[in-house]
Design a protein around this ligand. Structure first.
Ligand code: CA
Length: 229
């Protein structure tokens, strides 16, 4: 079974380049040139992953991301952004994106992230780890990606669940940013890569953990993070 990947992007050259590279890798690639078309294609025949451009002619990528995430909680979404501001990336991740790649990027870099994400999914599907995790008063159903904290339900993305699981497995011990990047995203650490920190910000918010004096996800300065369940 080929993996289905949907590319939502309006620049024809970019779409052609991505289609060629991903088809060559063995993916079943479809494309849409507007947000509305992408949402319709995803609803009719759900893909496993969406490569989503932030700048589309009819809607912005954040809106598209929110709609896709609401309809397909398990979908992997990688956002393409031409912007460098940290705020835009955090907003994209808040909208439900699992990862982002800043333009201009190499196709090789994007393919490495796509393959790493799919490898993680294969590992999860073949594992038999206890599906529920308790952190303070919060409970995470790792199969449904559902976190219940302070009587509120939060649908978590794939990487949020994986990050919490990794910290939980090592509860009480610090886990370095480099190790998190490598194990969760399959990426080599880069000095500019703030992905881990952005995900911690989101997880603390959903857990109701005060970022100024967190009780559950503690910062280990200059190193990484430590979970105290
Ligand atoms: Ca575009």
């Amino acid at each position: 079974m080929k993996r289905k990947v949907l590319v939502i992007e309006d620049e024809p050259d970019m779409v052609r380049g991505l289609r060629d590279a991903m088809s060559f890798e063995g993916f079943d690639v479809r494309s849409a040139s507007t947000g509305a078309e992408g949402i319709a294609i995803a609803a009719a025949d759900p893909p496993q992953m969406v490569i989503l451009d932030l700048m589309l002619p009819d809607m912005n990528g954040y809106q598209v991301c929110e709609k896709l995430r609401a309809a397909l909680p398990q979908l992997l979404i990688i956002m393409l952004t031409a912007r460098h501001q940290e705020a835009d990336k955090i907003r994209g991740l808040d909208a439900g994106a699992d990862d982002y790649v800043t333009k201009p990027f190499s196709v090789g870099e994007l393919l490495a992230r796509i393959n790493a994400a799919f490898r993680r999914i294969d590992l999860i599907e073949s594992s038999s780890v206890a599906p529920r995790i308790r952190i303070g008063d919060a409970e995470l159903d790792t199969k449904k990606h559902l976190l219940v904290a302070n009587r509120r339900e939060h649908q978590l993305s794939f990487y949020e669940v994986e990050l919490l699981k990794l910290l939980f497995e090592r509860a009480g011990a610090p886990v370095s940013r480099d190790e998190i990047l490598e194990k969760i995203w399959g990426l080599a650490a880069a000095p500019t890569n703030r992905t881990v920190d952005n995900f911690i910000v989101k997880l603390r918010r959903k857990l109701g953990d005060d970022p100024k004096s967190p009780r559950h996800i503690l910062t280990v300065y200059g190193f990484g993070y430590k979970l105290v369940p």
